[in-house]
Design a protein around this ligand. Structure first.
Ligand code: TMP
Ligand code: ZN
Length: 403
């Protein structure tokens, strides 16, 4: 039997949103020793709720297993550092924040945003469950509590005398939360009565429109649209007062919500018919991944038959969903390059393609004829690095497009 909907608790049957088969956990990069061992595969079959339209996967792994030792460092991404720099400046201006303001960031990672607030003279406290990453921020003098956000945490902080936050930020974390109700209720409890909650998430409408099925993997439990996020917040007493489209991660949304604004219905910032129900486009998504697979498979096999050498650029989690769903392994991509020290020397889960340092591509005595950008959300940054390859005639493929 299906579990209840993570957002609205509905027990109605949820249709399959798509079916990506059996896949390993997308962030379980393999060491050379692990290549001789079996690998765990789990169904990757998101469903969509008929009552609130939340696209979701079941809670597969305990949050402690996935997030207590995490290998993603936000300060390593130039694009992300610029994003949080702009955010901190905007919030200080918009909300009139100063040295007396109380700011919390949920999932503060290695402190990229906390650092920007510090530079503006505004104190911000991070909450980060991955101890190895929280530690990096703490060593830099950035106040960071290693904990998960939720009702227990909120109660603890309030009973220690915490006065309520003027701003709580949560970026790219809501998708990872198994217990949405506990998470959002904890946030509402910690807001001052006129405090503001900002939440950013990749827009699942882009997923549907642009066939970004590779952004689906087991660590992402929920896929929000403006509508379903609005619904999730409103149910926990957080009224959405503004929204912005932001150009990061293939198209994201930032919502602003307040605990003193009650909105049970979509307002000026969230409009559209059939609020709360799956749209026709969402229902028709089911066949899209297979269409992509056919087209990519045709291209890569044609190039292979012509004797071309193909490699990949970037080893993000989304690349693993794409490669494993499309059945692309080391017989097609000789290697992928990635600059993350923790990934270099390992192998992609499932496809078992080796991950090498980007320098290995520059020094390859037999340079590739085709380079597939797997981290397509950083396409402009990466294609600049591939200019010399393009100039010598290599094909650069980003999703199904030859650049
Ligand atoms: P992300 O989309 O989750 O940030 O993952 C991007 C991956 O791509 C990450 O493993 C780092 C890698 N990458 C590079 O190796 N070189 C680059 O220039 C960029 C932008 C990303
Ligand atoms: Zn629901």
């Amino acid at each position: 039997m299906q579990t209840a909907c993570r957002n609205c608790g509905s027990r109605k049957e949820r249709a399959e949103f798509c079916n990506l088969g059996y896949q390993p956990l997308a962030n379980s990069y393999l060491s050379r020793d692990q290549l001789e061992e079996p690998e765990a595969f789990y169904p990757l079959v998101p469903t969509i709720c008929p009552d609130c339209a939340l696209i979701q996967l079941p809670n597969l792994a305990a949050r402690e297993d996935i997030f207590e030792d995490y290998a993603y460092f936000s300060s390593q991404s130039d694009g992300w550092v610029k994003h949080v720099h702009d955010y901190a400046n905007k919030m200080v201006g918009r909300l009139g924040l100063n040295e007396n303001s109380r700011i919390l960031e949920v999932a503060s990672n290695d402190g990229a945003m906390l650092r920007e607030f510090r530079a503006l003279g505004v104190p911000a406290v991070g909450i980060e469950p991955a101890k190895n990453i929280a530690r990096i921020a703490q060593l830099d003098g950035l106040a960071t509590i290693d904990s998960f956000m939720g009702v227990d945490f909120a109660q603890e902080l309030l009973s220690s005398g915490y006065q309520g936050a003027h701003l709580i930020a949560a970026n790219n974390v809501m998708a990872h939360v198994p217990d949405l109700d506990d998470f959002l209720t904890g946030i509402r409890m910690l807001l001052a009565p006129s405090g503001v909650f900002t939440v950013e998430f990749p827009d699942a409408e882009n997923l549907v429109r642009d066939n970004q099925f590779d952004t689906i993997y087991h660590e992402h439990f929920s896929y929000f649209t403006k509508h379903s996020a609005f619904d999730a917040l409103a149910r926990r007493g957080l009224g959405v007062v503004d929204s912005e489209d932001i150009d990061i991660h293939g198209g994201s949304i930032r919502l602003y919500a307040r605990p003193d604004v009650r909105l049970d219905l979509p307002g000026e910032h969230v409009q559209g018919p059939a609020f709360g129900q799956p749209t026709a486009e969402q229902r028709a998504f089911y066949d899209k991944p297979a269409e992509y697979r056919r087209e990519l498979w045709d291209k890569l096999n044609r190039w292979k038959r012509e004797g071309k050498k193909i490699v990949g650029y970037g080893a993000p989690a989304k690349g693993n969903t794409m490669l494993n769903y499309c059945g692309i392994d080391a017989g097609i991509l000789d290697y992928v390059v990635d600059s993350t020290p923790e990934k270099i020397g390992k192998f992609l889960p499932g496809s078992r393609i080796p991950i090498v340092n980007p320098a290995a591509l520059a020094l390859d005595p037999d340079p590739p004829d085709v380079i597939v950008i797997l981290a397509w959300n950083w396409q402009s940054e990466i294609s600049k690095k591939l200019k010399s390859h393009k100039d010598r005639g290599a094909i650069i493929l980003s999703r199904l497009e030859e650049l």
